[in-house]
Write a protein that binds this ligand. Structure first.
Ligand code: CTP
Ligand code: MG
Length: 180
């Protein structure tokens, strides 16, 4: 029961988990805010780039399509009925995750935090909130069928744990500048 909730939550959120990690690998190039400042600090900062956002979103959508191709056998192998992704849901999860992260950088700059500074809580949940809000807006039927209240509860508990874990690994292998 709990196992199938965790499997469903993880599967359904994968297209939202991958974009941030892909952006870390793909980052660089022109910042979205073009270097502009607002109220004495960068609007977003150099850590939010067009390339990172585009590659991150594309990676999330590509992963969703890949998962669709294996949803039958994957579900059968673990004995859980896993959801396939609507294209609209896939785009919303991936792009919503990137937008949540961008929104968090906006808030970080407003609160005087430099690029890369930690903002505990926000760092771990910004992309989840962005992905969920986007998918419920863009693909409400799909979202309500997949993200039932128990699944949502698992997502909110599981995501910060996974996020901390992957970022520590990314830092340890030298692809990320900070372990958060
Ligand atoms: N990145 C990007 N575009 C995005 C998100 C991330 O290019 N939309 C890349 C940047 O190279 C960034 C790295 O991924 O430095 C790590 O992402 P993140 O931790 O979100 O950015 P920070 O550099 O820590 O900046 P901030 O303080 O604004 O979060
Ligand atoms: Mg950061």
């Amino acid at each position: 029961m709990v196992g199938s909730l965790v499997a469903t939550a993880f599967w359904a959120m994968l297209p939202a988990y991958v974009p941030n990690n892909a952006a870390v690998l793909a980052g660089g190039g022109r910042p979205i805010d073009g270097g502009r400042e607002w109220r004495g600090a960068r609007v977003l900062g150099d850590g939010k780039t067009w390339r990172g956002t585009a590659v991150g979103t594309a990676a999330g959508v590509a992963l969703a399509l890949l998962l669709n191709a294996i949803v039958g056998p994957a579900g059968a192998a673990i004995g859980v009925e896993l959801p396939a992704f609507d294209l609209r849901a896939a785009v919303a999860l991936a792009f919503g995750a990137m937008c949540g992260d961008i929104g968090a950088s906006f808030l970080k700059r407003r609160s005087g935090r430099e690029r890369g500074a930690a903002f505990p809580g926000l760092d771990q949940l910004d992309f989840v909130v962005g992905a969920l809000v986007a998918v419920f807006l863009v693909a409400p039927g799909w979202a309500t069928a997949v993200f039932t209240l128990p699944v949502l509860a698992v997502v909110l508990v599981m995501t910060p744990v996974l996020h901390v874990g992957t970022n520590v690994i990314a830092y340890a292998i030298g692809v990320k500048n900070e372990p958060w």
